[in-house]
Each structure stands twice: as structure tokens, then as C-alpha cells.
Design a protein around this ligand. Structure first.
Ligand SMILES: O=C(O)C1=C[C@@H](OP(=O)(O)O)[C@@H](O)[C@H](O)C1
Ligand SMILES: C=C(OP(=O)(O)O)C(=O)O
Length: 421
């Protein structure tokens, strides 16, 4: 494992970039396929650690998986899990989805993760499972991994907060059809990351579960069964933000294939943010292209629906000629890193003029004061990739622990060196 990556300055970019499949779609499809009767096929499966961990976990739960490169064939069997210990690595989505999934069985199953994941919140999801009569034993610290779950659920309704993570809601929605009378989820505070809940309903629909009713604070999932599906996973829109941002900050043009008009993921909005910052954006049915002369302006934006893009927007904002304000994302202090505090401290090491606020960031034009330097990634793939893009503009940026990108895009650094000049 290399301990640092030195990023050189790049001239204009002109590239067509292939990004891996969406980990959010992949992880939902894996859960639905594991619960379906019959054989499902998932194509364009991403090769990141988060997806690999979920694949390994469903296999450990007795689901037959044949995995060949970007394709997985899955024989689901709906919830009679054998006893197992599952490891989620650094993956929030994987661990939250598994926590609900294993609750469908009656055998105790332990879920653990790497130390940074052990620090991330699970409380609202665990409270909800407790309301359903699911047994939970904690290994070290209440409300955190490692924990042992013993199902099955025997209630029909839960209430939980929506402002910590939408992953809790998605995790519960996906087990809803397997509960005798379905599941009603009442939200006691506003939901963050709403497009991910839309995505959950979409993927459940592909596997035959329809009739989910939703308002802003209530989701009702009917009892039903999943049927096997064939899914080609669209490219990951959060990953696509890094090559698109490269065009914005270095100047030039980048096309990402497979994320055109009709892309499902909320983070496909990134190109629209770049448009409001001064880039030219073209979408066809099959691709999105961002073109920039390198002149950018700041924006004022609520990113509560698209918070994985905060590090990318922050580094583009540093290259703009007017200030940017990012709002609505206090909850991202509990992601892989503290994505407000750690990001602010590391960008300051490169001379970026940035402040953390209660619920976001303020970034001022920084080109006059920035310089090379060494930045830490705090176990966070998104900080690493955003620093890689900014480094391509500033030059002489050394990114520590660059291999953290394997969480979602193991080939990120190869892509960066192939498209920069
Ligand atoms: O459900 C999902 O696939 C995700 C939901 C979001 O999490 P939060 O709901 O915790 O914001 C996002 O940050 C994460 O990368 C993926
Ligand atoms: C927050 C993220 O992932 P997770 O919560 O699944 O670890 C992410 O990929 O930015």
C-alpha cells in the first residue's frame, strides 16, 4: 500500500471517462436479490470495498453468489439466515442495510466494521428494530457496532428520526415486504438525503415490490415478495463528480458515459451545480459532458439531498472568483470522516480560504493564496478524490493514504493520471 500520492499540476483536460457502477444501486439490488426467490443477475457491479463487503456478507448468509468481474448471479432465499459474523469494513450503507436484513432471521448474527465505522451512528435504526421486537446486543458501546441481532420482527410500525441518515429508512423499507403486515415508518424529523429513499423505492420496484406510499414524514411498505430481477447498474454519480470537476478546475472537457438524461441518482445534479458555477453542460440520453474555460463563480446551495458532493463542490469553489456557501449538511460530520471539520482543516493546509459553519461551509476565492502541501484523508475516499482533483490544479499536493479510494473507486488514481496532462 503506498502511503502518499503526489499529484502534479495538469493542463487542460479532454477526456471520456468510465466510472464504476453506483454503489448505492448495487447495494440495494444485492439486498433485494438476496430476498428474492429465484436467480437475479446484476451487471456493471462496482469493484469498491463497500460492494465487495455486501456481496461477501450475503454469501455468508447462505445466498448463492457467482461473481465474475462486473457481473454477479444471485440465488436469493428470503430470510432463513444461518448464524454468521459479518464485516462491513468502512461501509455505512452496507452495515446499515445488513443490520435490518439479518433481523429477518431468527438466528443471532453479529455485524462489525473497522474502527471508523464503529464510531458512526446506528441508534435510530436500532431503536426502530427494537420497536419491532428485534433483539440487539452490543459488543462495546451501546448504539454502535459491533452488535448482535436476533429477529424476526413482529410489529408493523416504527418511528425514527430522519435527520441523521436516510440509510436507516432505506434499510427498513427493504425489509418491509418480508414483515407479515408490511411496515409503516413515521419520521419524527425532516429526512436528509431524500433522493436515496427515492432510489430505494425504484430498486424495490425493479424486484417486483410496488405500492409503496410516501409523504414527507410517512412511508408505508406493503407486505409482499421480491421476485428475481436483471439489473444493469448505472455509473456512480458521486464518483462521476471527480472527473467532471477536473474539467471545471483545470479547464477543458470531460464526458462521463452512462449518466445522461434520465440518470436515477440524486448526485447526477452535480453537473447542474457546475452549470450554475459557469461551466457548459450537455446531456444526451447516454452521457453528460462538462466544458469549462476555467473561469468559475461561487454559489449558495443547500446540499442536504446531495451531501456526498460536498468535498467536490468545496474544491471547485476554491477555484472560483466569488464566494460559495454550502448549507444544510451538519449531518455529514458523521460520515467516513468529519466532512466539515476534517475537510476544512485539510484544505487550509493548501492555503484554501474556508470556514466551517453550523450546517455547512463557506469557501472564498483561494487562487492567490493556495500552495502545494500534504493533506490527510481521514479514512475518507471522498476527501482523497477531491484532493486529487484540486491537486491537479494547484500542483505539488501530496495525498496521504491514497488507497482509501478503494471504498468506492479502486481505479481512481489510474483514471486521474490517464486524463491529466
Ligand atoms: O443510501 C445510500 O446509498 C446512501 C445514502 C447517503 O447517506 P445518508 O443518508 O447517511 O446521508 C449517502 O451519503 C451514502 O453515500 C449512500
Ligand atoms: C457516506 C458514504 O458512504 P457510506 O455512508 O455508505 O459509508 C459515501 O460514500 O460518501
Amino acid at each position: 500500500m503506498s502511503t502518499t500520492m503526489r499529484v502534479a499540476p495538469s493542463g487542460r483536460i479532454d477526456a471520456v471517462v468510465a466510472v464504476p457502477g453506483s454503489k448505492s444501486i448495487a447495494n440495494r439490488a444485492l439486498v433485494c436479490a438476496a430476498l428474492a426467490d429465484g436467480t437475479s443477475t446484476l451487471s456493471n457491479l462496482p469493484d469498491g470495498d463497500d460492494t465487495t463487503a455486501l456481496l461477501a456478507a450475503v454469501e455468508a448468509l447462505g445466498v448463492a453468489v457467482t461473481h465474475d468481474g462486473e457481473r454477479a448471479v444471485i440465488d436469493g432465499h428470503g430470510g432463513n439466515w444461518p448464524s454468521a459474523t459479518l464485516h462491513a469494513g468502512l461501509a455505512g450503507t452496507t452495515s446499515r442495510f445488513l443490520t435490518a436484513l439479518v433481523a429477518l432471521g431468527s438466528t443471532p448474527i453479529t455485524i462489525d466494521g473497522d474502527p471508523p465505522l464503529r464510531g458512526r451512528p446506528f441508534g435510530p435504526l436500532l431503536d426502530a428494530l427494537t420497536q419491532l421486537g428485534v433483539g440487539i446486543e452490543f459488543g462495546e458501546q451501546p448504539g454502535h457496532l459491533p452488535l448482535t441481532i436476533t429477529g424476526p420482527p413482529n410489529g408493523t410500525g416504527v418511528s425514527l428520526r430522519g435527520d441523521v441518515s436516510s440509510q436507516f429508512v432505506s434499510a427498513l423499507m427493504m425489509i418491509g415486504p418480508a414483515i407479515d403486515n408490511g411496515l409503516v415508518i413515521e419520521l419524527t424529523s425532516p429526512l436528509v438525503s431524500v433522493p436515496y429513499v427515492d432510489l430505494t423505492a425504484d430498486v424495490m420496484g425493479w424486484f417486483g415490490v410496488d405500492g409503496i406510499e410516501r409523504t414527507h414524514d410517512r412511508i408505508a411498505v406493503p407486505h409482499g415478495s421480491y421476485r428475481a430481477g436483471e439489473v444493469t447498474i448505472e455509473p456512480d454519480a458521486s464518483s462521476a463528480s471527480y472527473p467532471l470537476a477536473l474539467a471545471a478546475v483545470c479547464g477543458g472537457r470531460v464526458t462521463v458515459e452512462g449518466l445522461g438524461l434520465g440518470a436515477l441518482q440524486g448526485d447526477a445534479r452535480f453537473a447542474d451545480l457546475l452549470a450554475s458555477m459557469g461551466c457548459a453542460v450537455t446531456r444526451t440520453t447516454s452521457a453528460v459532458t462538462v466544458e469549462s474555460g476555467g473561469v468559475l463563480r461561487g454559489i449558495d446551495v443547500d446540499m442536504s439531498d446531495i451531501s456526498d458532493l460536498v468535498p467536490t463542490v468545496a474544491i471547485v469553489a476554491a477555484c472560483a472568483s466569488s464566494p460559495t456557501r454550502i448549507r444544510g449538511v451538519g449531518f455529514i460530520r458523521a460520515k467516513e470522516s468529519d466532512r466539515l471539520g476534517d475537510l476544512t482543516n485539510e484544505l487550509r493546509r493548501l492555503g484554501v480560504d474556508i470556514d466551517e459553519t453550523d450546517d455547512g461551509l463557506e469557501i472564498r476565492p483561494s487562487a492567490e493564496g493556495w500552495h502545494g502541501g500534504r493533506v490527510d484523508t481521514h479514512h475518507d475516499h471522498r476527501l482523497a478524490m477531491a484532493f486529487g482533483v484540486l491537486g491537479s490544479r494547484i500542483g505539488d499536493v501530496e495525498v496521504a493514504e491514497p488507497d482509501v479510494v478503494s471504498k468506492s473507486w479502486p481505479g481512481f488514481w489510474q483514471m486521474l493520471s490517464a486524463v491529466t496532462t
